[in-house]
Design a protein around this ligand. Structure first.
Ligand code: SDX
Length: 427
């Protein structure tokens, strides 16, 4: 029996179907609303609007639940790797050994960039933001078989592996370019994360061997960032992909959305905020007071979330990892103390408690990356590398849905009513 919602407007009453998801979420299907009533809905920021039905990731913001294809993030963080989790998100189930080996071989195969492709980097200024380079170079991937082997457009498995592998190389090269250092070629003997760290930090005369602690910590960071249902950047990938734009063009657009300080750029903003507090610009209490003052324009970066009205489960995992990794690496970071103080004060402050503002994934990730020697300029790029499998999974889900339509929202027009043209000498 189809559940319905009743809408009465003026002398008209209509029934709208209510859709129920596998976790009990309910949504009113308004696809016939305008045809039946002439009405549209208005929901700036889409806080109450479902854009699609999806089976990739489930979040319960009130309970702090995050599951990739039904698997709790806590179990994946404990037992899985970023590459295995990426395959899970893209293919809908955990891979068997043969599937994982094939995926790993493809990631190795596609790691190198075409020598001619490297010349594009010469066009960027040395201080070019790595996110700008990443977005531009991902788009360039779609314009050239940058490794001499063009994956067929309809072979999503090959395209996915190619994109996931090359974003790592592009990111490392953008970092090396910013320092005027030579590009370091990928090493086929190294697995995904260790190869990235090798390309980031090795020198032609000395290979960088990352410690297992750092490799494990970066694996965890990438896995925790791998997907998050209809967030701003994933929604962007879906909107671009809805016009049947290719996977690379869609993910290049996702990089642009992720770059914003309210989204993926928050991990950099958190470090800047913590450093400002630590260097004596302000105390933790003053930072909270500033965040509560609407006139200040200051927000407590790394706090709050559109969906989580409880702890972001990723923040809890990252907080524990930061404690453990800093101790193992013998790193003493005063910014971690500042972060803990801010969290302690915010969790008992009525302003934050009433608005259910808790630490989100960005609050501790930067401290952990800093301890691992990742430069701040690369924090949001690391987020993009982690989110790539999620973007691919959502693009693929939509691309394979015969019922999907081009995204084209409506609006409520508030501009001038009918005007007439006046010649310039009469204005
Ligand atoms: C990510 O969507 C995702 O899933 C994103 C993400 C992912 O994995 O893809 O989880 C990754 O982007 C995490 C969020 C990173 N951004 C930040 O940490 C920036 C700081 N946070 C805020 O900008 C804000 O909390 C957002 C952007 C995260 C959420 O914004 P919303 O949902 O639009 O919330 P809102 O602005 O409507 O806030 C509600 C109230 C407002 O106060 P009132 O008008 O009710 O008085 O809470 C206040 C806001 O002013 N508020 C904050 C605050 N966040 C919200 N006040 C101070 N500091 C903050 N951080």
């Amino acid at each position: 029996m189809t559940r319905t919602a009743t809408l009465t407007y003026g002398d008209q009453t209509i029934e709208l179907p209510v859709i129920e998801g596998t976790e009990g979420e309910l949504g009113v299907d308004i696809s016939q609303l305008r045809a039946k009533t002439g009405l549209i809905t208005l929901d700036p920021g889409f806080g109450n609007t479902g854009a699609c039905q999806s089976g990739v990731t489930f979040i319960d913001g009130d309970k702090g639940i995050l599951r990739y294809r039904g698997l709790p993030i806590e179990q994946l963080a404990e037992h899985s790797t970023f590459v295995e989790t990426a395959w899970l998100l893209i293919n809908g189930k955990l891979p068997n050994r043969a599937e994982l080996d094939q995926f790993s071989k493809r990631l190795t195969k596609y790691a190198p960039l075409h020598e001619g492709f490297k010349n594009h980097f010469e066009g960027f200024p040395l201080n070019a933001p790595p996110m700008a380079i990443l977005s531009a170079m991902i788009n360039t991937l779609s314009s050239s078989s940058c490794d001499g082997r063009q994956a067929p457009e309809d072979d999503i498995d090959e395209l996915s592996a190619k994109l996931m592998s090359k974003v790592r190389t592009i990111a490392a090269y953008s970092y090396r370019r910013s320092l005027g250092l030579p590009f370091i070629y990928p090493d086929p003997k190294l697995r995904y994360v260790a190869n990235f760290l090798h390309m980031m930090f090795s020198m032609p005369y000395e290979q960088h061997i990352a410690s297992q602690e750092v490799v494990d910590a970066l694996n965890l960071i990438l896995m925790l960032h791998a997907d998050h249902e209809q967030n701003c950047s994933t929604s962007t990938v879906r909107v671009v992909g809805s016009s049947k734009a290719n996977l690379y063009a869609s993910c290049a657009a996702g990089v642009g959305a992720l770059w914003g300080p309210l989204h993926g750029g928050a991990n950099v903003a958190v470090l800047e905020m913590l450093e400002a507090i630590h260097k004596g610009g302000m105390s933790a209490a003053e930072a909270l007071a500033l965040a509560k003052d609407k006139q200040s324009g200051f927000k407590l970066m790394g706090f709050g979330h559109r969906v989580y009205k409880n702890f972001d489960p990723r923040a809890l995992i990252l907080k524990r990892a930061a404690d453990k990794v800093l101790e193992r690496l013998g790193v003493r970071d005063p910014l971690l103390d500042v972060a803990r103080k801010l969290e302690e004060l915010a969790l008992i402050d009525p302003y934050f408690v009433e608005r259910k503002l808790y630490p989100n994934v960005d609050f501790y990730s930067g401290i952990l990356m800093r301890a691992m020697g990742i430069p701040t300029s690369m924090f949001t790029v690391i987020f993009a590398i982690g989110r790539m499998p999620g973007w691919i999974a959502h693009w693929k889900e939509q691309n394979q849905d015969a019922a999907s339509r081009i995204a084209r929202p409506r609006q409520i027009y508030t501009g001038p009513t009918l005007q007439s043209y006046t010649p310039i000498d009469q204005r």
